[in-house]
Design a binder for this molecule. Structure first.
Ligand SMILES: Nc1ncnc2c1ncn2[C@@H]1O[C@H](COP(=O)(O)OP(=O)(O)OP(=O)(O)O)[C@@H](O)[C@H]1O
Ligand SMILES: [Mg+2]
Length: 383
């Protein structure tokens, strides 16, 4: 009973002290920071944890002080004495705690500001390439872009390899923009005929050229997309063009323009299909040898920025979507599962969110669709 009474007095004192400390000592900028911090749930949770920890600590001290006084007074309870002692003892602790809390909140605020800057500030990529003024590209770009520009600046043909939806095709487009040259693209498939690359004569004897011909002859950046889906013979036909800069088109031999650049993309390294990318072609070693190979992994910063930009009114839902996609991606990677959680899913998912589709449906439609029962359970999802 006495214990409870002491506890009640101590608790009351603690609450009062906390209240007073807050109004007296917590500066207005701290309130501002706290308000900003509580805008994100994780930060709010951390701040709440801090308060709970502080309360528990001060309550424990107060109870100890009160208990000590009761012992010293041989069981007699002097409320005023308890009150004064608790207050004195708590003052120091609270000051230290608040200084600590303040510095932690400032750290959190800095972190938050850095994150916001990272998310919203425009990115500028600047690269110095051989024999040319430095190149500046503004906007959302993959972190591989500077390497790609360096390789293309050195007049190497580049093969970009990476999982689906990491931005390989977009990288080619961005590099054409960076070099300020025309961009041509051809998606290569198993049935793509030679004429799509080298051109053909029609029944009237008229030659029809191709995007590849234009890039090769007049200068431009050619994207040969998904070459591991293409017929290996088609690529082998390009070997001479890539190695010597001379190509046999349907209407004759053509010498490459000095500003002809070639970027190819593939999901595999040219060794044929795997569990994720079935039915891919093995690429000829002589073809592969003509390319500088750059890996294009998922750029999570780019993924986040693009997804957030696509759903300005659904930022919280996008953050949840991204967290789910990343968790599933990491698990799939760790367990080597043949399933894909690509940035494309995050970006399209964000678009759906902005269009008013609830998160649960977006996850169903864009992220979890078609997963087998075995994969669901391996990914830790409910059946
Ligand atoms: N830097 C970027 N800026 C804007 N959108 C981007 C950017 N990078 C990628 N995207 C978008 O992300 C999606 C996937 O990009 P992209 O098609 O380039 O990937 P990919 O690696 O070529 O995929 P796949 O291997 O399936 O062909 C597209 O919708 C694309 O518009
Ligand atoms: Mg592509």
């Amino acid at each position: 009973m006495r214990e409870n009474k002491i506890r009640a007095i101590a608790t009351e004192e603690v609450r009062r002290a906390l209240r007073q400390q807050r109004t007296d000592e917590v500066a207005s900028d701290l309130d501002r920071l706290t308000e900003r911090l509580t805008n994100t749930t994780s930060m709010a949770a951390r701040a709440a944890e801090q308060v709970v920890r502080l309360e528990a600590q001060t309550r424990r001290i107060a109870t100890e002080v009160a208990g000590r006084i009761v012992r010293e007074q041989r069981g007699r309870l002097d409320r005023d004495q308890v009150r004064v002692a608790v207050r004195d003892e708590l003052a120091g602790v609270l000051r230290a705690e608040q200084a600590e809390m303040r510095s932690q909140l400032l750290d959190l605020a800095r972190e938050e500001a850095k994150r916001a800057l990272d998310e919203h500030a425009p990115t500028v990529t600047e690269v110095r390439v051989v024999d040319a003024p430095s190149i500046r590209v503004e906007g959302e770009t993959h972190h591989v872009l500077p390497d790609l520009l360096l390789a293309l600046g050195a007049h190497c043909h580049v093969l970009l390899v990476g999982p689906a939806g990491t931005g390989k095709s977009k990288l080619a487009e961005h590099s054409a923009r960076a070099f300020d040259q025309p961009f041509y693209a051809l998606s290569v498939g198993p049935t793509t005929p030679m004429s799509k690359v080298f051109g053909y004569f029609d029944a009237h004897g008229l030659y029809h050229d191709t995007p590849f011909r234009r890039a090769f002859e007049q200068g431009g950046l050619m994207l040969l997309d998904e070459i591991d889906c293409g017929h290996p013979g088609l690529l082998a036909e390009l070997n001479q063009a890539l190695a010597l800069g001379i190509c046999a088109f349907a209407d004759g031999m053509v010498t490459a323009h000095p500003q002809f650049r070639l970027v190819a993309t593939a999901n595999t390294y040219g060794a044929g299909g795997d569990r994720r990318y079935v039915g891919r072609q093995a690429l000829d070693a002589a073809t592969l040898d003509r390319f500088t190979l750059l890996e294009v992994p998922v750029d999570e910063r780019l993924e986040r920025r693009l997804a957030l930009a696509h759903a300005p009114s659904q930022q919280d839902a996008v953050v949840q979507l991204l967290a789910t996609v990343r968790r599933l991606r990491a698990t799939a990677e760790e367990k080597n599962l043949p399933v894909m959680f690509s940035p494309r899913a995050s970006i399209e998912g964000a678009r759906l969110l902005e269009a008013g589709v609830p998160l649960a449906k977006v996850l169903q439609w864009r992220v979890l669709r078609g997963l087998s029962q075995a994969h669901r359970s391996a990914l830790g999802l409910s059946p």
